[in-house]
Design a protein around this ligand. Structure first.
Ligand code: UD1
Length: 430
């Protein structure tokens, strides 16, 4: 089992290149099988989730050619199987984007029903509501969602909750339906816009992505394209919080500053200095930061995927902070781990009250999920002494070369898989 071992206490300083957005890439790769022509996709992050999805796609007949670490050519003309097994869904929920892609192109899809996950119960009723509204018959049979349609017809639909996944999945299917679809109360996240831009570059006719209403005029075929994925605002935000927690000075490079506004606003509020450039943002933290309130909301609100990283920083701020988690019900598990490092917090329902402490002390902790895992590494980097983070397989799902990037900023962090390696690290750092 691999772990991260960290010796904390160094301010992180320097520039870090941000990879392509994992969550945009997952949807865009799935959508690439909606044409028989070849699609080239660039700026894909080299993370485990992407590799699993590509494997699932290759399993149904898509030809995948890796051009290099960050680009791939996909040809979907040989797709002959419309069924995605539970093994894939279990590893990566977002394989369910193949539902919208297969249903749109082939009018048939069978995808294992994803269960809950570590951050909450995660229903997919809104995805299914959308497919049904487009005229598909959707049944749950033997643990699979089976969606089928003779014809998909444009529709007017209102989502009951703002959902990134449902917006993208239904938008994909509707892009190849007959007639016009209007989707209301949609998610406005940058990756929703990126998927719409990608589909449009394949010949789809989607307008309004990034607003509350998306209008789609269905087309009968999509064509090949070359496309580059947007930068990952969550990876960028994670490094911005690492600057705040370690009293450092980090510039995140290759980002779209507009996508980082909610994060930058909170960092400013607690006392960081923020400098914005065309495609970079610099965060400088000096001295003790101050408490605040934060509530996670759909974009452009504060992202739930940044909540644990913010929580770690608030646990070191002066005064009492509160966090309200309004998207996923089970996203405070990291606070119990953080308590082992000296953090003081109380969770009540979907709110956490955090009493800031002046310092953490290194301890052994477990990553409960992807973002919480990254947050605990940040805590370790800010702590006195040695921290060991277990279950880093979660972190590797979504962060490319995480420890290397941190090391380039001056962090003392290694990936280890034996006691011998742990001892070696301890000897090295003294
Ligand atoms: C995506 C992101 C995830 C992020 C989340 C919220 C990907 C691969 N994952 O997840 O990292 O944390 O957006 O920004 O892009 N809901 C329903 N019914 C549905 C669908 C969702 O009730 O059919 C609820 C969920 O339980 C949750 C809320 O809607 O409370 C938002 O979920 P959603 O936006 O769908 O998240 P994902 O797309 O799964």
């Amino acid at each position: 089992m691999e772990q991260y071992i960290i010796k904390g206490g160094n301010p992180l300083v320097g520039e870090v290149e941000i990879a392509g957005a994992k969550n945009a890439a997952l949807a865009i790769l799935a959508a690439a099988i909606m044409t028989d022509e070849t699609v080239t996709i660039d700026n894909i992050p080299d993370v485990n989730d992407i590799n699993v999805l590509l494997e699932a796609m290759s399993g149904i007949g898509a030809r995948i050619q890796r051009l290099d670490r960050h680009s791939v050519k996909i040809n979907g003309s040989n797709v002959h199987d419309f069924s995605i097994e539970y093994d894939y869904i279990k590893k990566i929920r977002a394989s369910y984007y193949l539902l919208g892609a297969l249903l749109g192109k082939y009018r048939r899809a069978e995808v294992a029903l994803p269960g809950g996950c570590n951050i909450g119960s995660r229903p997919i009723d809104q995805h299914l509501k959308g497919f049904r509204a487009l005229g598909a018959e959707v049944e749950i049979e033997h643990g699979k969602i089976v969606a089928e349609a003779e014809q998909l017809c444009g529709t007017h639909m209102y989502f009951d909750v703002v959902s990134v996944g449902a917006t993208i999945n239904v938008m994909m299917a509707a892009s190849m339906a007959e007639g016009t679809t209007i989707l209301e109360n949609v998610a406005k996240e940058p990756h929703v816009v990126d998927v719409a831009n990608f589909l449009n570059s394949m010949g789809a006719n989607i307008r309004g992505a990034g607003t509350d209403v998306i209008k789609i005029k269905g087309v009968s075929r999509l064509h090949g394209t070359s496309y580059s994925i947007i930068p990952d605002q969550i990876e960028a935000g994670t490094f911005m919080f690492a600057a705040a927690a370690t009293k450092g000075d980090i510039t995140v490079m290759n980002v779209i500053p507009k996508h980082l506004e909610a994060t930058a606003a909170k960092l400013l509020e607690i006392g960081c200095e923020i400098e914005e450039f065309d495609d970079a943002v610099r965060v400088v933290a000096k001295g003790r930061l101050k408490h605040t309130q934060v509530k996670t909301l759909p974009y452009p609100g504060f992202p739930t995927d940044m909540q644990p990283q913010m929580g770690v920083v608030l646990a070191l701020c002066e005064g009492t902070s509160t966090i309200t988690e309004s998207i996923f019900e089970n996203r405070f598990k990291y606070l119990d781990e953080l308590a082992r490092m000296g953090a003081v917090s109380k969770i009540e329902g979907n709110s956490a009250t955090i009493e800031g402490v002046p310092r953490f002390s290194g301890a052994r902790v477990s990553a409960p999920d992807l973002r919480a895992g990254a947050a605990l590494c940040i805590a370790g980097l800010a702590a006195e002494g040695i921290t060991i983070v277990d279950d880093i397989v979660y972190i590797q799902r979504g962060y490319e070369r995480f420890e290397e990037k941190l090391r380039s900023l001056g962090a003392m962090i290694e990936k280890v898989s034996s006691d011998k390696e742990i001892q070696k690290f301890k000897l090295k750092v003294g």
